[in-house]
Ligand binder design. Structure first.
Ligand SMILES: C[S@@+](CC[C@H](N)C(=O)[O-])C[C@H]1O[C@@H](n2cnc3c(N)ncnc32)[C@H](O)[C@@H]1O
Length: 244
Protein backbone atom coordinates (compact mmCIF):
# COMPACT_ATOMS: atom_id res chain seq x y z
CA UNK A 1 0.00 0.00 0.00
CA UNK A 2 3.00 2.29 0.50
CA UNK A 3 3.22 2.77 -3.26
CA UNK A 4 0.15 5.04 -2.97
CA UNK A 5 2.09 7.54 -0.87
CA UNK A 6 4.17 9.80 -3.13
CA UNK A 7 6.90 10.21 -0.56
CA UNK A 8 10.15 11.87 -1.63
CA UNK A 9 13.45 10.04 -1.06
CA UNK A 10 14.32 12.77 1.38
CA UNK A 11 11.31 11.94 3.56
CA UNK A 12 11.90 8.18 3.14
CA UNK A 13 15.31 8.75 4.69
CA UNK A 14 13.69 10.71 7.51
CA UNK A 15 11.26 7.80 8.03
CA UNK A 16 14.20 5.41 8.36
CA UNK A 17 15.26 7.21 11.55
CA UNK A 18 11.94 6.52 13.26
CA UNK A 19 11.94 3.35 15.37
CA UNK A 20 9.48 0.47 15.02
CA UNK A 21 6.38 1.47 16.98
CA UNK A 22 7.14 5.15 16.54
CA UNK A 23 4.89 7.56 18.44
CA UNK A 24 5.80 10.76 16.69
CA UNK A 25 4.76 14.21 15.59
CA UNK A 26 5.34 15.57 12.10
CA UNK A 27 5.32 19.34 12.45
CA UNK A 28 4.55 21.14 9.19
CA UNK A 29 3.14 17.91 7.81
CA UNK A 30 1.48 19.39 4.71
CA UNK A 31 -0.16 16.35 3.02
CA UNK A 32 0.71 14.06 5.95
CA UNK A 33 2.55 11.82 3.52
CA UNK A 34 5.28 11.05 6.03
CA UNK A 35 2.98 9.90 8.88
CA UNK A 36 0.81 7.96 6.42
CA UNK A 37 3.82 6.21 4.92
CA UNK A 38 5.20 5.31 8.34
CA UNK A 39 1.86 4.12 9.71
CA UNK A 40 1.11 2.02 6.63
CA UNK A 41 4.41 0.19 6.83
CA UNK A 42 4.32 -0.19 10.63
CA UNK A 43 0.95 -1.13 12.12
CA UNK A 44 2.20 -0.22 15.61
CA UNK A 45 3.16 3.37 14.72
CA UNK A 46 1.08 6.43 15.69
CA UNK A 47 1.46 10.08 14.76
CA UNK A 48 0.27 13.62 15.15
CA UNK A 49 0.33 15.66 11.93
CA UNK A 50 0.72 19.32 12.93
CA UNK A 51 -0.04 22.17 10.54
CA UNK A 52 -0.24 25.90 11.04
CA UNK A 53 -2.21 26.47 7.82
CA UNK A 54 -5.75 25.29 7.11
CA UNK A 55 -5.10 24.32 3.45
CA UNK A 56 -2.31 21.85 4.19
CA UNK A 57 -4.25 20.59 7.23
CA UNK A 58 -7.18 19.77 4.95
CA UNK A 59 -4.79 17.95 2.59
CA UNK A 60 -3.42 16.00 5.57
CA UNK A 61 -6.93 15.00 6.64
CA UNK A 62 -7.70 13.79 3.09
CA UNK A 63 -4.61 11.57 3.03
CA UNK A 64 -5.43 10.18 6.48
CA UNK A 65 -9.03 9.43 5.51
CA UNK A 66 -8.08 7.92 2.16
CA UNK A 67 -5.80 5.42 3.88
CA UNK A 68 -8.21 4.89 6.79
CA UNK A 69 -5.60 5.94 9.31
CA UNK A 70 -7.87 8.13 11.49
CA UNK A 71 -7.32 5.87 14.49
CA UNK A 72 -3.56 6.33 14.39
CA UNK A 73 -2.88 9.75 12.85
CA UNK A 74 -4.34 12.85 14.44
CA UNK A 75 -4.21 15.98 12.28
CA UNK A 76 -4.07 19.13 14.40
CA UNK A 77 -4.12 22.83 13.51
CA UNK A 78 -1.61 24.93 15.40
CA UNK A 79 1.69 26.71 15.46
CA UNK A 80 4.74 24.47 15.78
CA UNK A 81 4.94 22.33 18.89
CA UNK A 82 1.85 23.98 20.44
CA UNK A 83 -0.22 21.12 18.97
CA UNK A 84 1.47 18.74 21.44
CA UNK A 85 1.31 18.12 25.17
CA UNK A 86 4.58 17.63 26.98
CA UNK A 87 5.78 14.03 26.62
CA UNK A 88 3.13 13.19 24.03
CA UNK A 89 5.46 12.66 21.08
CA UNK A 90 8.42 10.37 21.60
CA UNK A 91 9.93 11.55 18.34
CA UNK A 92 9.49 14.88 16.56
CA UNK A 93 10.04 15.46 12.85
CA UNK A 94 10.35 18.97 11.40
CA UNK A 95 11.15 18.77 7.71
CA UNK A 96 11.18 20.90 4.59
CA UNK A 97 11.69 24.32 6.19
CA UNK A 98 14.62 26.65 6.71
CA UNK A 99 16.92 26.03 9.66
CA UNK A 100 15.98 29.29 11.33
CA UNK A 101 12.24 28.46 11.20
CA UNK A 102 12.93 24.96 12.56
CA UNK A 103 15.03 26.49 15.34
CA UNK A 104 12.34 29.01 16.23
CA UNK A 105 9.73 26.22 16.37
CA UNK A 106 11.99 24.30 18.76
CA UNK A 107 12.78 27.41 20.79
CA UNK A 108 9.10 28.37 21.13
CA UNK A 109 8.27 24.92 22.47
CA UNK A 110 11.45 24.03 24.29
CA UNK A 111 9.79 22.03 27.08
CA UNK A 112 7.84 19.94 24.57
CA UNK A 113 10.90 19.49 22.35
CA UNK A 114 12.94 18.37 25.35
CA UNK A 115 10.27 15.87 26.34
CA UNK A 116 10.91 13.95 23.10
CA UNK A 117 13.68 11.38 22.95
CA UNK A 118 14.54 12.09 19.33
CA UNK A 119 14.24 15.02 16.96
CA UNK A 120 14.70 14.55 13.24
CA UNK A 121 15.15 17.84 11.44
CA UNK A 122 15.46 18.33 7.71
CA UNK A 123 16.44 21.94 7.12
CA UNK A 124 16.45 23.09 3.49
CA UNK A 125 18.99 25.78 4.36
CA UNK A 126 20.97 26.86 7.44
CA UNK A 127 21.43 23.46 9.09
CA UNK A 128 24.01 25.17 11.28
CA UNK A 129 21.29 26.90 13.35
CA UNK A 130 19.66 23.53 14.07
CA UNK A 131 22.96 21.86 15.05
CA UNK A 132 23.65 24.75 17.42
CA UNK A 133 20.17 24.50 18.94
CA UNK A 134 20.61 20.77 19.56
CA UNK A 135 24.00 21.35 21.14
CA UNK A 136 22.69 24.09 23.43
CA UNK A 137 19.63 22.11 24.49
CA UNK A 138 21.00 18.76 25.57
CA UNK A 139 20.44 16.85 22.32
CA UNK A 140 23.32 14.79 20.94
CA UNK A 141 23.56 14.75 17.17
CA UNK A 142 23.75 11.03 16.40
CA UNK A 143 23.48 10.97 12.61
CA UNK A 144 23.38 13.21 9.58
CA UNK A 145 22.65 12.68 5.92
CA UNK A 146 23.04 14.91 2.91
CA UNK A 147 21.07 13.99 -0.19
CA UNK A 148 20.80 15.34 -3.71
CA UNK A 149 17.21 15.14 -4.89
CA UNK A 150 16.34 16.54 -8.30
CA UNK A 151 19.10 19.11 -8.09
CA UNK A 152 18.30 20.24 -4.55
CA UNK A 153 20.57 19.35 -1.68
CA UNK A 154 18.93 18.45 1.62
CA UNK A 155 20.42 17.73 5.02
CA UNK A 156 18.83 15.45 7.59
CA UNK A 157 19.89 15.79 11.23
CA UNK A 158 19.01 13.24 13.90
CA UNK A 159 19.49 14.12 17.56
CA UNK A 160 18.72 12.19 20.75
CA UNK A 161 18.31 13.14 24.38
CA UNK A 162 19.17 10.78 27.22
CA UNK A 163 21.64 8.88 25.11
CA UNK A 164 25.03 7.52 26.00
CA UNK A 165 26.25 8.44 22.51
CA UNK A 166 29.27 10.74 22.60
CA UNK A 167 29.11 14.26 21.23
CA UNK A 168 30.50 14.39 17.69
CA UNK A 169 31.99 17.83 18.28
CA UNK A 170 35.58 18.78 18.90
CA UNK A 171 36.44 20.47 22.23
CA UNK A 172 38.23 23.23 20.35
CA UNK A 173 35.66 26.01 19.82
CA UNK A 174 36.99 27.06 16.39
CA UNK A 175 36.82 23.49 15.08
CA UNK A 176 33.39 23.11 16.64
CA UNK A 177 32.14 26.22 14.80
CA UNK A 178 33.39 24.68 11.56
CA UNK A 179 31.57 21.43 12.41
CA UNK A 180 28.35 23.38 13.09
CA UNK A 181 28.56 24.83 9.59
CA UNK A 182 29.56 21.75 7.62
CA UNK A 183 28.22 18.92 9.77
CA UNK A 184 30.53 16.80 11.95
CA UNK A 185 29.56 13.53 10.24
CA UNK A 186 29.04 14.97 6.76
CA UNK A 187 32.47 16.54 6.55
CA UNK A 188 33.98 13.24 7.54
CA UNK A 189 32.12 11.33 4.84
CA UNK A 190 32.32 14.04 2.12
CA UNK A 191 29.90 12.33 -0.25
CA UNK A 192 29.17 13.76 -3.73
CA UNK A 193 26.17 15.79 -2.44
CA UNK A 194 28.40 17.39 0.21
CA UNK A 195 31.02 18.28 -2.40
CA UNK A 196 28.35 19.67 -4.73
CA UNK A 197 26.77 21.81 -2.02
CA UNK A 198 29.98 23.28 -0.71
CA UNK A 199 31.48 23.85 -4.18
CA UNK A 200 28.41 25.96 -4.90
CA UNK A 201 28.64 27.75 -1.53
CA UNK A 202 32.34 28.42 -2.09
CA UNK A 203 31.62 30.32 -5.33
CA UNK A 204 28.68 32.07 -3.68
CA UNK A 205 30.77 33.24 -0.73
CA UNK A 206 33.58 34.42 -2.98
CA UNK A 207 31.10 36.52 -4.94
CA UNK A 208 29.52 37.95 -1.75
CA UNK A 209 32.88 38.82 -0.21
CA UNK A 210 34.05 40.59 -3.34
CA UNK A 211 30.79 42.60 -3.48
CA UNK A 212 31.07 43.49 0.21
CA UNK A 213 34.61 44.77 -0.33
CA UNK A 214 33.27 47.22 -2.91
CA UNK A 215 30.51 48.60 -0.67
CA UNK A 216 30.62 52.26 0.43
CA UNK A 217 30.54 51.21 4.09
CA UNK A 218 32.66 48.12 4.45
CA UNK A 219 31.54 45.66 7.14
CA UNK A 220 34.95 44.29 8.09
CA UNK A 221 33.62 41.99 10.79
CA UNK A 222 31.14 40.28 8.48
CA UNK A 223 33.75 39.97 5.73
CA UNK A 224 36.11 38.36 8.20
CA UNK A 225 33.38 35.87 9.28
CA UNK A 226 32.70 34.96 5.66
CA UNK A 227 36.42 34.61 4.94
CA UNK A 228 36.72 32.18 7.85
CA UNK A 229 33.81 30.14 6.46
CA UNK A 230 35.39 30.19 3.01
CA UNK A 231 38.66 28.90 4.47
CA UNK A 232 36.82 26.07 6.24
CA UNK A 233 35.05 25.12 3.01
CA UNK A 234 38.28 25.13 1.01
CA UNK A 235 40.03 23.07 3.70
CA UNK A 236 37.41 20.36 3.39
CA UNK A 237 37.09 20.46 -0.39
CA UNK A 238 40.75 20.57 -1.33
CA UNK A 239 42.95 19.46 1.56
CA UNK A 240 43.34 15.72 1.65
CA UNK A 241 42.73 14.11 5.01
CA UNK A 242 41.54 17.23 6.88
CA UNK A 243 38.43 15.51 8.25
CA UNK A 244 38.37 17.82 11.26
C1 LIG B 1 7.47 23.13 2.56
S1 LIG B 1 6.28 22.35 3.52
C2 LIG B 1 7.11 20.89 4.03
C3 LIG B 1 6.17 19.75 4.16
C4 LIG B 1 6.79 18.44 4.60
N1 LIG B 1 7.18 18.51 6.00
C5 LIG B 1 7.97 18.10 3.75
O1 LIG B 1 9.09 18.05 4.25
O2 LIG B 1 7.79 17.87 2.53
C6 LIG B 1 6.25 23.27 5.02
C7 LIG B 1 4.96 23.10 5.75
O3 LIG B 1 5.16 23.58 7.08
C8 LIG B 1 4.02 24.32 7.47
N2 LIG B 1 4.48 25.23 8.52
C9 LIG B 1 5.23 26.34 8.40
N3 LIG B 1 5.44 26.91 9.59
C10 LIG B 1 4.83 26.13 10.50
C11 LIG B 1 4.67 26.20 11.91
N4 LIG B 1 5.20 27.19 12.62
N5 LIG B 1 3.95 25.23 12.52
C12 LIG B 1 3.40 24.21 11.81
N6 LIG B 1 3.50 24.11 10.47
C13 LIG B 1 4.21 25.05 9.82
C14 LIG B 1 3.53 24.97 6.19
O4 LIG B 1 2.15 25.30 6.26
C15 LIG B 1 3.82 23.88 5.16
O5 LIG B 1 2.72 23.03 4.97
Amino acid sequence: MNQHIPLSNRLKKVADYLPQGADFADIGSDHAYLPAYVCLRDKTARAVAGEVNQGPLDSAKKTIQFHQLEERIDARLGNGLAVLKEGEAKQIVIAGMGGSLITSILENGTAIAKSAGRIIAQPNVDARAVRQWFDQNGFILIAEEIVDEQGHIYEILVADRNTAAPSPYNDNQQIKEKQFLLGPYLLYEKNPAFVKKWTYEEANLERIISQMKQAKQINHEKISDFQTELRWIKEELYHEGTNT
